[in-house]
Design a protein. Structure first.
Length: 198
């Protein structure tokens, strides 16, 4: 079994998941995804498409994306929620390995409910000044974690599950009406310390 995954210059990774009506699906990663130095080459591309059918539930506690020095990644995540559907996504970024600066990630997340916009966010780690500022990730020596980079969303017909801003990096829940079980799950995930410590 493979216990590591990596992204190199010009790589293209596509993840397309469709969860049928009424289904319950949990996605499990076997290891973190490491983006390596592109050495002047093209950025790696990651395209994620998730469709959650009517009254279905999807949970994905993804392993961290590690942005090694010199790496370059463009990532786009699309989530489509059908009527009564809910999704819980965990997105953790490690901004550089021990003793090195972070690579560059340009990421966009778009969530729709019944084809209507529910949540949209973007992040570009190329703004090193912002990331090192007190209002950013606060980079220090060693591995740096982007914590609490998520933003709350308030759609007309949907609210985020959970409600904590200070949990593990980027735990996001999207549920029409904030499904009680999903809220409890989001709180439990957010309470877990990243990397085994706070």
């Amino acid at each position: 079994m493979q216990t590591a995954a990596s992204l190199l210059a010009g790589d293209r990774l596509e993840i397309d998941v469709r969860c049928g009506p009424g289904a319950r699906l949990r996605l499990v990663d076997v290891a973190a995804l490491v983006a390596h130095d592109v050495r002047g080459g093209e950025p790696a591309q990651v395209e994620v498409r998730l469709e959650v059918g009517a009254r279905a539930r999807l949970e994905w506690e993804a392993q961290p994306l590690v942005l090694a020095a010199g790496s370059a990644v463009r990532r786009h995540t699309e989530v489509e929620l059908r009527r009564g559907a809910a999704a819980l996504l965990r997105d953790t970024l490690v901004l550089g390995r021990a003793g090195e600066l972070a690579g560059r990630l340009s990421t966009h997340t778009d969530v729709r409910h019944e084809s209507r916009p529910l949540h949209a966010e973007a992040l570009d780690t190329g703004d090193v000044g912002l990331l090192r500022s007190p209002g950013g990730a606060g980079q220090r020596e060693g591995a740096r974690h982007a914590r609490a980079l998520r933003r709350p969303c308030r759609g007309r017909r949907g609210v985020p599950a959970g409600g904590r801003r200070d949990g593990a990096a980027g735990t996001r829940g999207f549920a029409r009406g904030g499904h009680p079980r999903l809220r409890r799950c989001a709180r439990a995930v957010a309470a877990r310390p990243a990397g085994g410590r706070r």
